[in-house]
Design a protein. Structure first.
Length: 484
């Protein structure tokens, strides 16, 4: 009889351990594929998202038949939880299609710190450019070929004229014609690049760097002539002052080892290539009361209200997300326009994610608020929040306001006002895992709370039960030995 009881206690002990592990949060990496139907000019991307990680591991991405790897972009998202910053890593590999058509990305796996993450793959549809250019080589129209330039160094800007705060991509590339008669080798590139970057990096500008980890040639066509482009450096800058960006000429030294046809040279010859200086004109923003303090870019609003109906004194989460192209990391929170006593609005939790697509920095930044209405009635959130920005494409200021409304009082409806895409729903679920419980005001019922009634701590309770079971098992073993 005693042995049977002892056996049951032992089983219960292991069940308690399993249950405690089952409650552990899921921090597994996730693979995210880019848009599967796109123009040939647009890259395809594969991203690996590593939640709650301050280290950035080295990732080996798969090869895709018909595509060329363009480079890896790394970024980090930050979430403030209980005054603690939680960092998640996002590593993105870009692929450039060599020709239009339909391509199959087979199922693949990526290993992250010993953990294997799987993807089922997809079918990629690459469409021709509307202009009719469908060759495997990218057509470069902005690059000027020097006279007799079968090989040259070029410093380029994505735009010649920008507004203060508008993005501009600066790229340093080395071009070699397909019919260049010599073999060229890069020497001490890392050391040379450090000096080059110091010269061309603009002052008084915010930089979003695109890390280039692989020096691979990309076929391009310039003025009807075929070249191979080696992209050495690329960053996106956001000028903070109304001053032109003046980038001086820089030089790159290579070894010319031997001719492609003919006897080899006695020893490698050092040859220096120098770029032309570059100037980007920066225009001031039009007159405005907030000029110099508002973001610049192309943005849109993605919002979510946790519930459409709440009772007076109850809290509800409202997420105000700005998505688009611009300096995502530096976007400010929306302005609170009507701070009435009828609604309490608590400071937001901020979270952002960004990536590079071509010469653009795109992404989204979310601001999650706890709002606590104090009176019954319908509340329009457009009367409480607004976000002002300057659109450089339209050359005008614009204001983003919420479209959702909150009904205070009446029957509760635990539904959202807006259907979410799977990606948005996943983002919201991740945010929800860090948030405080909702549905009640943070201070509701405080005056009627009995301080003698302490809440039950589940982890403490499990630990106490485990300690009791260990003592019982020891006593049972002693009893069995004495019985024998």
């Amino acid at each position: 009889m005693f042995l049977e009881i002892f056996r049951k206690f032992l089983v219960l002990y292991f069940y308690a351990i399993i249950a405690s592990f089952a409650q552990a949060p899921d921090n597994s990496p996730v693979i995210e594929l880019g848009q599967s139907d796109f123009l040939i000019e647009r890259p395809f991307t594969i991203s690996i998202i590593i939640p709650n990680s301050e280290t950035r591991p080295t990732i080996t991405f798969p090869d895709i038949p018909g595509f060329t790897k363009k480079g890896i972009v790394t970024s980090a998202t930050q979430t403030e939880v209980n005054e603690k910053t939680i960092i998640s890593q996002v590593i993105t590999q870009s692929y450039q299609a060599q020709a239009p058509g339909s391509f199959r990305l087979s199922p693949f796996s990526i290993t992250v710190d010993g953990e294997v993450v799987y993807s089922e793959g997809t079918t990629l549809v690459v469409r021709s450019s509307p202009s009719g250019s469908a060759s495997g080589a990218i057509v470069q129209n902005r690059t000027d070929v020097p006279l007799g330039g079968a090989a040259f160094l070029s410093l380029q800007a994505s735009k010649a004229i920008i507004y203060t705060g508008e993005s501009v991509a600066i790229t340093l590339s080395f071009f070699i014609a397909d019919n260049y008669p010599y073999v060229l080798n890069f020497t001490a590139l890392d050391k040379q690049l450090q000096g080059i970057v110091k010269k061309i990096r603009p002052t008084n500008a915010w930089e979003e760097s695109l890390n280039i980890n692989e020096l691979k040639p990309t076929p391009v066509v310039i003025s009807g002539k075929k070249f191979r482009e080696y992209r050495i450096y690329q960053s996106v800058f956001f000028p903070l002052a109304n001053q032109p960006l003046r980038l001086p000429a820089v030089s790159l030294q290579l070894n010319r080892s031997r001719p492609i046809i003919g006897p080899p040279s006695a020893q490698p010859e050092k040859i220096v290539f120098t770029s032309k200086p570059l100037t980007v004109t920066v225009k001031p923003l039009p007159a405005h009361a907030l000029r110099g303090r508002i973001p610049v870019g192309s943005f849109r609003l993605e919002e979510r209200l946790e519930r459409s109906r709440v009772g007076a004194g109850q809290s509800v989460r409202y997420t105000f997300t700005i998505a688009g192209e611009g300096n995502i990391a530096a976007l400010p929170a929306p302005s609170i326009t009507n701070e009435e006593t009828t609604m309490n609005i608590f400071p937001p939790e901020e979270r952002h994610i960004l990536s590079h697509i071509g010469n653009q920095v795109v992404g989204r930044k979310s601001f999650t608020y706890f709002v606590v209405p104090q009176q019954n009635g319908r509340i329009s959130l457009a009367d409480r929040f607004q976000w002002i920005y300057f659109d450089p494409h339209q050359a005008r200021y614009d204001t983003i306001r919420p479209r959702l409304q909150l009904q205070v009082g009446g029957k509760h409806e635990p539904k959202t006002d807006k259907a979410l895409s799977p990606t948005e729903a996943a983002d919201i679920n991740k945010e929800s895992s860090f948030a405080s419980p909702v549905g009640r005001s943070l201070y509701a019922g405080l005056e009627s709370t009995d301080s003698t009634q302490q809440p039950i701590n589940v982890s403490t309770l499990i630990r106490s039960i485990a300690n009791v079971l260990i003592v019982v098992m020891l006593l049972g073993m002693i009893f069995v030995f004495i019985k024998k």
